[in-house]
Ligand binder design. Structure first.
Ligand code: MG
Length: 270
């Protein structure tokens, strides 16, 4: 696996994108890829250097897009670059340049409120008494229990809710002391990549990511290439101590943390 440690090496690997930037897509995960991982997600920050290079790329490349599990509007606030696309909520929301409201994944049609309807009949106050705080992410509803008086009891209640929700067409996804409920099917970073690439006529694309969900994006990019929609697809693994074991295997290039990915973005701009 080639390690891209210098901008020169990256520049060579990136030739297919730089050859025709207007027909190339530059896609990036945010947390752990653009922004260093921090203990509390609300404290995450995108370095000014990354912001500047994204703004520069947006003027030259066909599309620049950020792909995140955060809500699309939150992703846009965090990255703070106008003129680029934001796919949020694990691919369920898409904010294109100039959009004031996110577009929802068409597969959600008629089910946008399914998760919140389900939680509503459980009653927020009753949930809170059981140690579960509801975070309204639109089509996704999250239940958090970090810091609850009895975290174990709250987690047990979350498991019951997940089992029940599963019978009602909702898909439970587990994070660290959080349960997310969403309408089953649709979304995912693979869907986000498909939607972004589908916006224009692109011949090459690059995607940088650091985590398991980014492997779905890699897979979609490769499928688009294998099916002839793209001539070149470059999957860049942003590695760290916490990276999933298969990230390196699945990457065309690996870089060390957000600074390594920033070097790639600069090579694309330079
Ligand atoms: Mg990440």
């Amino acid at each position: 696996m080639p390690q891209v440690s210098a901008a020169e090496t990256a520049a060579e690997a990136l030739a297919p994108l730089r050859a025709d930037p207007e027909r190339a897509a530059v896609l990036t995960d945010i947390d752990g890829t653009l922004a260093p991982i921090v203990e509390r997600p609300e404290l995450a920050a995108v370095p000014d250097g990354a912001r500047a290079v994204l703004a520069e790329l947006s003027g030259r490349f066909g599309i620049v897009g950020c792909v995140s599990g955060r809500r699309a509007a939150e992703a846009r606030d965090l990255v703070g670059v106008e003129g680029i696309a934001y796919a949020g909520n694990h691919g369920l929301e898409l904010l294109l340049p100039g959009d004031s409201e996110p577009r929802l994944d068409p597969s959600l049609e008629g089910r946008e409120g399914a998760a919140s309807d389900y939680l509503e009949q459980l009653d927020a106050e009753a949930l809170l008494a059981g140690g579960l705080r509801v975070e309204d992410k639109g089509p996704i509803q999250a239940l958090h229990w970090r810091g609850a008086g009895d975290e174990q009891a709250a987690a047990a209640r979350a498991r019951e809710i997940a089992a029940e929700a599963g019978k009602r067409g909702l898909e439970p996804r587990w994070g660290r002391k959080v349960l997310e409920l969403r309408p089953a099917g649709g979304g995912g970073k693979d869907a986000a990549v498909g939607a972004l690439i589908g916006i224009g006529k692109f011949t090459a694309a690059i995607y940088g990511g650091d985590d398991r969900t980014d492997l779905d994006a890699f897979a979609r990019l490769r499928r688009l290439r294998d099916e002839g929609h793209l001539e070149a697809a470059i999957c860049v693994g942003v590695v760290s101590d916490e990276a999933p074991a298969d990230l390196e295997e699945e990457s065309d290039l690996t870089v060390e943390g957000p600074p390594g990915w920033l070097a790639v973005l600069r090579a694309l701009a330079g």
